[in-house]
Design a binder for this molecule. Structure first.
Ligand code: ADP
Ligand code: MG
Length: 272
């Protein structure tokens, strides 16, 4: 019951999932020499918080995620999870991409079980855990369907179930709802917030959609154009579910500010 009543307040600081990004720079080899994909960046994601990352295309959002996931090694600086250097992919950090990344030849249940294989659970326990995870995303009745029999939103629910079943401390989501229609997105927002409240993973959520960032997050980080760096931070404390129309909410002002940052108005006076 106490759990149910716990809404947007965070658990104690003994909770795990603290991500430290310390002076990280990421360069890739380009045809004409190294290209900076992420300018020097330092930031801390506090345990259990929900942070949206928003910025122009190509500014390095996915690169930063891939570094936290352990897929990409920083050229400079360091990344730590709960004080330990991030040396490669680990079950402590879950990743969800825009494309559902489900195995087409596995049923929904077996897609979720696949994520659990690394734990070497007894088969019965593995199946129970996978079923419970599917139930959490409302798909218990679809456990035996294959991805091509599921809608986009349902596929993304399977991906969410697969990731949360593993019990990650950190969840990285790279434009996870970008391919879904507006109505399905709203349903997914509610579902994600409910699961996040229950599991309290530290979430980093990349989106193009300012409204989505403002409706979901505790923190919004705005990135500059490439090579990206964090240029603006908003700490949002408005109760969820949020609405732009609610009086006294300054979400609309913040939305305008972020849109200005992302799409600066050309100064007419300069061009005359
Ligand atoms: P975003 O996700 O914000 O759209 P990315 O992180 O995907 O941006 O890309 C940032 C920059 O790094 C882009 O210029 C992209 O072309 C480049 N980049 C990303 N990954 C690689 C890679 N593996 N090799 C070379 N360049 C890359
Ligand atoms: Mg990207």
């Amino acid at each position: 019951m106490a759990e149910d009543l716990m809404t947007d307040t965070h658990k104690t600081d003994t909770q795990k999932g603290r991500v430290e990004i310390d002076d990280v720079v990421i360069r890739f080899k380009g045809r004409q020499g190294p290209v900076t994909a992420l300018a020097r960046t330092s930031h801390v994601l506090e345990p259990g918080t929900f942070t949206a990352l928003i910025g122009p295309s190509g500014c390095g959002k996915s690169t930063l995620m891939n570094a936290i996931a352990g897929f990409v090694k920083p050229s400079e600086g360091s990344l730590r999870l709960d004080g330990k250097p991030i040396a490669g992919p680990s079950p402590e950090v879950g990743v969800i991409f825009q494309q559902y990344a489900l195995f087409p030849w596995f049923t929904a249940l077996n897609n979720v079980r696949y994520g659990l294989k690394q734990f070497g659970l007894p088969q019965g326990e593995e199946i129970d855990r996978a079923r419970a995870a599917l139930a959490e995303v409302g798909l218990e009745a679809h456990a035996d369907k294959y991805p091509q029999q599921l809608s986009g939103g349902m596929k993304q629910r399977v991906a969410i179930a697969r990731t949360f079943a593993v019990g990650p401390k950190v969840l990285l989501m790279d434009e996870p709802f970008g391919a879904l229609d507006a109505q399905t997105r709203l349903v997914m927002h509610e579902l994600l917030l409910n699961i996040w409240r229950k599991h309290r993973a530290t979430v980093l959520f990349v989106t193009h959609d300012v409204d989505e960032a403002l409706l979901l997050s505790d923190h919004v980080q705005v990135m500059s154009q490439a090579p990206g760096r964090l240029i603006r931070h908003y700490h949002l404390t408005q109760q969820r579910p949020r609405a732009f129309s609610r009086s006294g909410s300054d979400l609309l002002e913040i939305r305008d500010e972020i849109l200005d940052l992302l799409h600066p108005k050309t100064d007419l006076a300069d061009s005359l």
